[in-house]
Design a protein around this ligand. Structure first.
Ligand SMILES: Nc1ncnc2c1ncn2[C@@H]1O[C@H](COP(=O)(O)OP(=O)(O)OP(=O)(O)O)[C@@H](O)[C@H]1O
Ligand SMILES: [Mg+2]
Length: 225
């Protein structure tokens, strides 16, 4: 479903060019749960932004469900992003002053059609992540673990096939991390494709396989041990 071939990415700041990704080759099948590890600054978030169609690669090819991503225009990219991909971030990225329910509904406001059952769907998702009694709470009234569960419900509201999570447990204590990882396990069991960026080997151990980003390339476990 996801196929990256020789993906490169460079950033230009004035006269300096930083070559972050130097030829990424990675295939992820539908329904796989893959962890991505690597030192800080190695380009994990950059890779996730490319996978999530938020950033264009400098070179190489990216096929997603048979579509050649590099040949699509910005509108086509955002349509694919909204339909197929749910994002979860380390810092939650929820709207302050807005209830859990309205945060979860937000992606639907940007969808082509606002579904009739939107509120029911969002409430059901909040219940499924254990927040049925926090639907009307605002971010300032929720714990870190609860905030991340709201963010997961938001990522799911468009029923994406793929979940991209960038260090989702990075700001959480052990117990909350465990809850969040259990939700990813359940989503994987339900057939979602999950790509999880993490610094935590315990989190990575929950995935089916781990790949390592180093020197701008992807290595598999047997290559780094
Ligand atoms: N928009 C940008 N412009 C210039 N340089 C950038 C940009 N985005 C990222 N970089 C650079 O690319 C490199 C990789 O950054 P990235 O955020 O992908 O790393 P990371 O592996 O996610 O790190 P961390 O584990 O700390 O989150 C860094 O050197 C960073 O400074
Ligand atoms: Mg990062």
């Amino acid at each position: 479903m996801i196929e990256l071939r020789d993906i490169t990415k460079s950033f230009h700041n004035g006269p300096t060019t930083t070559e972050v990704l130097k030829g990424i080759n990675l295939c992820v099948e539908k329904g796989e749960f893959v962890a991505v590890m690597g030192s800080s600054g190695n380009g994990k978030t950059t890779l996730m932004n490319i996978l999530g169609c938020m950033l264009r690669a400098s070179g190489g090819s990216y096929r997603l469900d048979g579509a050649d991503i590099e040949s699509l225009d910005d509108d086509q990219l955002s349509a694919i992003r909204n339909k197929k991909i749910g994002f979860v971030f380390q810092a939650f990225n929820l709207l302050e002053g807005t209830s859990a329910l309205d945060n979860v509904l937000l992606p639907l406001v940007y969808a082509e059609h606002y579904p009739d059952d939107a509120e029911e769907r969002a409430t059901g998702l909040l219940q499924s992540v254990g927040l049925g009694d926090r639907v009307h709470h605002k971010p300032s009234e929720l714990s870190g673990g609860q905030l991340q569960r709201v963010a997961i419900a938001r990522a799911l509201v468009n029923e994406p096939a793929i979940i991209l999570a960038d260090e989702p447990t990075g700001n959480l204590d052990t117990a909350s991390s465990e809850e969040v990882m259990n939700i990813f396990k359940r989503l994987h069991a339900e057939g979602k494709t999950i790509i999880l960026i993490t610094h935590d080997p315990d989190d990575a151990a929950r995935a089916e396989r781990t790949v390592f980003l180093r020197d701008g390339k992807i290595f598999h476990r047997e290559e780094v041990q």
